[in-house]
Design a protein around this ligand. Structure first.
Ligand code: NDP
Length: 254
């Protein structure tokens, strides 16, 4: 049955930024498909984790600040220790920091790069050990349409560059480790209704532009991304690697 290819029974998945927004949408989709999901975030949210358990999902929680390389390595190691394997790694944690390049501080630049790009490298690197040992695995990185086009009207050169870097890390690691049966893909979301975009949709200078640039007359949801994540993390996408899947209501067509 083709639908069986979307099942994740017996798989262990680690999702960063998993207690809200897109990460929660992804964690929910993977858990619904039968995976044991290790949810991670910087700020512990026991109520969110308990709500997942109340739905009958197999979930665990690990706290980590992914801006710190050592914490990223420990997170991946500790996640793999829970069941003795790590089948799926989803690098979703991210921050948006707006500002004109001419007065963007070094502190903000480092924050964006540390969280959005460097953490993805360190997490993928750490996941290679268990995935190679167990004979394969799947990595999914959350990029952005902002890694494909220079988004407007908000000024965010560092964010755009960090997400372009995520896309190329994805392709490079996919190519380098395909022979190890490790698939690596990315999703490039357009505008999705989360805490990250709430300020922008409340901004009268930004929201009309975002809407005008998006052909479909709706805002994306974490479920839209969760469904695509399930495809890319499951055997349904067994011949897909190095792909950046755009989910944006048609934004990049304009
Ligand atoms: P939210 O702001 O709603 O959530 C961000 C998540 O990242 C939170 O779970 C947060 O954890 C986590 N996080 C941030 N900094 C750290 C850190 N230092 N250590 C650990 N976790 C951290 O964002 P979204 O859900 O909207 O975004 C998720 C991903 O999708 C991001 O990579 C974002 O760039 C990308 N994206 C989002 C789009 C959108 O329209 N929303 C569009 C394109 C890409 P905590 O809850 O503990 O703070």
């Amino acid at each position: 049955m083709i639908l069986d290819l979307f099942r994740l029974d017996g798989k262990t998945a680690l999702v960063t930024g998993a207690t809200r927004g897109i990460g929660l949408g992804i964690a929910t989709a993977l858990a619904e498909a039968g995976a044991r999901v290790i949810m991670s975030s910087r700020v512990p949210k026991p109520d969110v984790v308990q709500a997942m358990k109340d739905k009958g999902f197999q979930v665990d929680y690990l706290q980590a600040d992914v801006s710190k390389p050592a914490e990223v390595r420990h997170l991946v190691r500790d996640a793999a220790a829970i069941t003795g394997r790590l089948d799926i790694l989803v690098n979703n944690a991210g921050v948006a920091q707006h500002g004109q390049t001419h007065d963007f501080t070094e502190e903000f630049y480092r924050k964006v790069m540390d969280i959005n790009l460097d953490s993805v490298f360190y997490a993928c690197q750490a996941a290679l050990e268990p995935m190679r040992r167990q004979g394969g695995g799947v990595m999914l990185n959350i990029g952005s349409i902002s890694g494909l086009i220079s988004n407007v009207p908000q000024p965010q050169a560092a964010y755009n560059a960090s997400k372009a870097g995520v896309h190329m890390l994805t392709k490079s690691i996919a190519s380098d480790y395909a022979a190890d049966n490790i698939r690596v893909n990315a999703i490039a979301p357009g505008y999705i209704a989360t805490d990250m975009t709430a300020g922008g949709y409340a901004n009268p200078d930004w929201a009309p532009v975002w809407r005008a640039m998006t052909p479909m007359p709706k805002v994306g949801t974490p479920e839209d991304i969760g469904a695509a994540a399930l495809y890319l993390c499951s055997p349904a996408s067994g011949y897909v690697t190095g792909e950046v899947l755009v989910i944006d209501g048609g934004y990049v067509t304009r």
